[in-house]
Design a protein around this ligand. Structure first.
Ligand code: HEM
Length: 478
């Protein structure tokens, strides 16, 4: 970690060797709140100046209060870890996501959140992940079958589909039909598309009813998803069946302190939230990982060689996945460059100080991992794709201090291990079967929606390999 923003001596050499992935260019000068709102509606980071990357706490006055965006490691830790009681989840999130996820743990605070966390964490603990492996593998096999002979395709469609399918299988085991998985994913996508406008309005301090049509669409999408999930949950409760999956974990969860069990409405809240938390995020991480690999043929060959060596032609096993060190570093680097959750938004409860500046009660604090991960104060050559950085001393130090794709502290993502396992399975399946190439003229344009996605899809060309040897089929048959 470096306190200066001066380029290092080897920067020019590194620039020539490493891939510089798509990213918006920061603006010059300060940003006013109308510009911020316009930017929020456009949904990318191009409306932020370079100072947002280099200042420890970047501040924007917004109609009587301040939006603070910490990217300095000490300030990020204060907000997320040491002083987290002063920075609860913002009511903004409850207002925006409430019609979809009700009072799930993602938007609650205090004792209610602590109880939810005590009950939910065991359902996602490491020992259960082994049991999920065959369920995940089934969804991955179907993805590979759909990809068939490859060719040019928008990988976003496939990553969304496989992540949604994995989530459905791990929550409901066999119950969910493919048609319904697609319908759920599409309805979630429609809800997501409405979020930037709601966020912009929150920034302006305007009530959401000024957008009645979007409000209505959000409520409809929320009700549709909740209705589908509620029916599946009722079916399970009525059947009395208890397969080894996430829904059984939630139904049987009991708070060790109070003995509380989830009511049926609470089950719907948490299941819908699992779906929201677990499919868009993983799909985003996977699309960006594949895009980065397609544009760095050397890294791609190394990852493929590792997959073929450690997993072989057979189906992936738990210990084999853990040996995918380089592939895991590629995934880590994708999460650094394109952190799937765009912002961790908090309300300041009381007065405080951050980087020697006042925070007042009612101020909005947004830890935005894009800035934390791309600050030249926190990472060397932060805009370049360098999966090997995690094996260097400097990279490890940066990772300890300034790497928060899953958040950190008490509200760290409960599904990080789940997400890593499914992502390695998907990456291994694709790398073991296809060589990835970029499609000229179709570089992705990053968009900061609720998750970090590409505005124009992730278009790649998949060239089939021989499964047994990992060599091109075309070469083998000629
Ligand atoms: C690459 C994929 C994923 C990423 C990057 C990710 C990231 C995050 C982040 C940043 C948060 C905290 C947000 C905040 O505090 O404002 C979070 C919370 C959470 N995530 Fe994930 N997530 C991923 C996948 C998953 C999956 C697959 C699941 C479950 C199956 C999951 C379950 C949760 C839960 C339950 C929380 C709430 C924690 C709390 O508020 O105490 N996540 N996730």
């Amino acid at each position: 970690m470096d306190d200066s923003t001066e380029p290092r001596g080897d920067e020019a050499r590194i620039e020539r060797v490493l891939f510089r992935p798509a990213a918006p260019v920061p603006t010059q000068g300060a940003v006013s709140w109308p510009a911020l709102v316009r930017g929020l509606l456009r949904s990318d980071f191009s409306h932020f100046p370079a100072a947002a990357y280099t200042t420890r706490v970047y501040r924007i006055p917004v109609r009587g209060r301040t939006l603070l965006m910490p990217s300095g490691p000490a300030q990020v830790r204060e907000v997320l870890v040491s002083e987290h009681d002063n920075y609860p989840k913002s009511r903004v999130m409850q207002r925006i996501l409430g019609p979809l996820i009700g009072n799930s743990m993602f938007v609650t605070n205090g004792d209610v959140w602590r109880r939810q966390r005590r009950m939910i964490d065991p359902t996602l603990e490491l020992s259960r992940l082994k049991a999920f492996l065959p369920l995940m593998q089934g969804a991955v096999d179907d993805m590979v079958a759909r990809m068939g002979q490859g060719g040019e395709m928008d990988l976003d469609q496939e990553t969304m589909r496989v992540a949604a399918d994995i989530l459905c299988r791990c929550v409901f085991s066999e119950q969910v039909q493919p048609g319904m998985v697609d319908e759920l994913a599409e309805t979630f996508r429609r809800y997501q598309a409405l979020v930037p406008a709601f966020l912009a309005l929150e920034g302006l301090g305007q009530p959401r009813w000024v957008l009645p049509l979007r409000q209505l669409r959000a409520r409809r999408a929320g009700n549709r998803i909740r209705g589908r999930m509620a029916a599946l949950i009722r079916q399970r409760l009525d059947s009395g069946a208890r397969p080894e999956d996430l829904l059984t974990g939630l139904i049987e969860a009991r708070d060790p302190q109070t003995g509380h069990r989830f009511t049926e409405t609470e089950l719907v809240d948490e299941v819908v939230f699992f779906f929201l938390a677990g499919h868009e995020t993983s799909a985003s991480a996977l699309s960006w990982s594949l895009y980065l690999l397609a544009n760095d043929p050397q890294a791609q060959e190394r990852a493929r060689a590792e997959v073929l060596r450690e997993l072989g032609p057979a189906q992936a096993d738990f210990s084999g996945l853990r040996r995918l060190r380089f592939t895991r570093d590629v995934f880590r680097e994708a999460l650094r460059l394109y952190p799937p959750v765009t912002a961790y938004i908090r309300d300041a409860l009381g007065t405080a100080r951050l980087a020697k500046r006042d925070v007042r009660a009612g101020d909005l604090v947004s830890v935005t991992p894009w800035f934390v991960h791309r600050s030249p104060r926190n990472w060397s050559h932060p805009d370049l794709f360098d999966p090997d950085r995690f094996q260097t001393e400097a990279g490890r130090a940066s990772m300890r201090e300034a790497y928060v794709p899953f958040n950190t502290g008490p509200r760290v993502c409960s599904g990080a291990a789940f997400a890593t396992q499914e992502s390695l399975l998907v990456l291994a399946a694709v790398l073991g079967r296809y060589r990835l190439h970029p499609v000229p003229g179709r570089a992705p344009q990053p968009a900061a929606w609720l998750t970090q996605r590409s505005r124009n899809g992730t278009w790649l060309r998949l060239e089939p390999l021989s499964r047994r040897t990992g060599r091109d089929q075309s070469r083998n048959t000629s």
